[in-house]
Design a protein around this ligand. Structure first.
Ligand code: GLN
Length: 469
């Protein structure tokens, strides 16, 4: 598949025209997306306009950015000025962004072309994109299967080559899990390394914007563009990336024993063990480690994320943003009807769970307890990273599942993120890289590499090495 890094070089040198690339991608979307449904909206006019501007700059001998002419899809929870952003929710169906998210601005400054907004689970709550209020996205590897979620549309867009790069958000696994399901690369950066300004909030202490690409080199490039301090996001960090010379023979890779659990699909285990073997052959030191509190991560995550969601989503009151129910005849009925009609069942479930956990009498038993677990998990990672540089786990316990298979059973759906959630709770960075082999249904498995805060630079070369092997 094409590499964004090479396409941008060719556009810069005048070998390729941005307009031609964008037309090719728009054509491909037309051809494929009727079936895949990765996009909620394709920004044909603004994409062609941006491409023409880039070509003009080149013609006039003016400098162009690092992503010149590269088609990028964005998840439908990021603002792009004068374009719609709905969070795949009826409550924001007609909402138009008044400004652009920092990440979108940064991409545009490097002359990327935003080609459309992608489908997702409503407000990023889910693991299959089946919670979208608008449509189901199919997995391009096998259309009978879900693409994962919540950034399923962004993963599918890159997997089907309808965009070279896409952005997603990851609160508990929503980039890494769909990357694993669709066979692409997915990065969840360190919390605070990429600005959340202009990202619709789900759980603010966990949300992080990251990207999908089809190779590690593009991932490194996108990360270099979207990361950095932003004074408009108070949780954005000024800390810089740690830069280390990479030599696989000095890299210590930890394998947590807790991840060989019941429910780990044999195909995934096989791919995982073969990755470990490849790394050993390349000269890496493999060390057995323990993350003893990882097993409490899932319940702690659902308490914390739902509590934050219940507070964050309070802003959708029918007055300030989006939908305002026409059937209301009083203030109280306006709140009730707007939210009743506007939010889907999963969002309502999370708001209720969160409101309950934060209520007087239950706060200590649930919310505070969950925060204590979060601290223990952070300590587990801190200890582990004294011993090793990188932690390797499967991204998910199973590969993609069929439509409807888990949507009636929230707990089994929640379990999809059992391996990804600890990194969000600790705020460390993690990627999912696709396995070499696919199973008999054509589905891939994802390998998750986790590293310490602001140590993304250790992950890119490692993946590059595995990719070239
Ligand atoms: N699947 C998880 C959830 O439903 C994670 C979502 C996410 O990372 N946005 O909360």
């Amino acid at each position: 598949m094409n590499k964004a890094i090479l396409i941008a070089k060719k556009v810069k040198s005048g070998e390729l025209k941005a307009a031609d690339i964008i037309k090719e991608y728009l054509e491909r979307i037309k051809e494929k997306d009727e079936k895949i449904n990765a996009f909620l909206e394709v920004f044909t006019d603004s994409a062609l306009k941006k491409a023409a501007e880039i070509d003009l700059k080149i013609k006039q001998g003016k400098p162009v950015g690092k992503l010149a002419g590269v088609p990028v899809a964005i998840k439908d929870n990021m603002l792009y000025k004068n374009h719609k952003m709905s969070c795949a929710s009826k409550i924001l169906e007609h909402y138009v962004s008044p400004y652009s998210a920092t990440v979108v601005e940064k991409l545009l400054n490097e002359d990327a072309v935003i080609i459309g907004r992608t489908n997702m689970d409503e407000f990023a709550m889910g693991s299959s994109t089946e919670n979208s209020s608008f449509k189901n996205t199919k997995n391009p590897l096998n259309e009978n299967y879900v693409p994962g979620g919540s950034s399923g549309g962004s993963a599918a867009a890159v997997a089907a080559d309808m965009a070279l790069i896409s952005l997603g958000s990851d609160t508990g696994g929503s980039i890494r899990q769909p990357a694993a399901f669709c066979g692409v690369y997915g990065l969840k950066p360190t919390y605070g390394s990429v600005s959340r300004y202009g990202l619709a909030a789900f759980a603010s202490s966990l949300d992080q914007i990251g990207c999908f690409t089809n190779n590690p080199e593009d991932m490194e490039l996108v990360f270099s563009v979207i990361s950095g301090h932003d004074k408009r996001d108070s949780t954005s960090s000024r800390l810089r990336q740690t830069k280390k010379e990479f030599d696989i023979k000095t890299v210590k890779i930890g394998i947590p024993k807790e991840h060989f659990m019941d429910g780990l699909k044999p195909e995934i285990k096989k791919e995982f063990l073969s990755t470990v073997q490849t790394l050993k052959n390349l000269g890496a030191n493999i060390i057995n480690i323990s993350l003893p509190n990882a097993r409490y991560a899932l319940p702690a995550y659902y308490i914390i994320s739902s509590s934050e969601a219940s507070a964050n989503l309070g802003r959708y009151d029918g007055m300030r943003y989006g939908l305002n129910s026409k059937n209301a005849d009083s203030l109280a009925s306006s709140y009730k009807l707007t939210r009743g009609e506007g939010f889907g069942p999963e969002v309502k479930r999370r708001i209720m769970l969160g409101t309950y956990s934060l209520s007087a009498g239950y706060y200590d038993a649930y919310y505070i307890k969950a925060q204590k677990i979060r601290t223990l998990i952070k300590k587990d990672f801190k200890k582990a990273f004294k011993e090793v540089d990188i932690i390797l786990t499967p991204t998910t316990p199973t590969n993609a599942f069929k439509f409807g298979e888990k949507s009636k059973d929230p707990i089994s759906m929640y379990l999809s993120d059992i391996f990804t959630i600890p990194a969000n709770l600790a705020g460390v960075c993690a990627v999912s890289a696709p396995s070499k082999n696919t199973d008999e249904n054509g589905l891939s498995a994802g390998m998750q590499f986790i590293s310490n805060h602001f140590n993304e630079n250790a992950l890119f070369p490692l993946m590059g090495l595995l990719n070239n092997d």
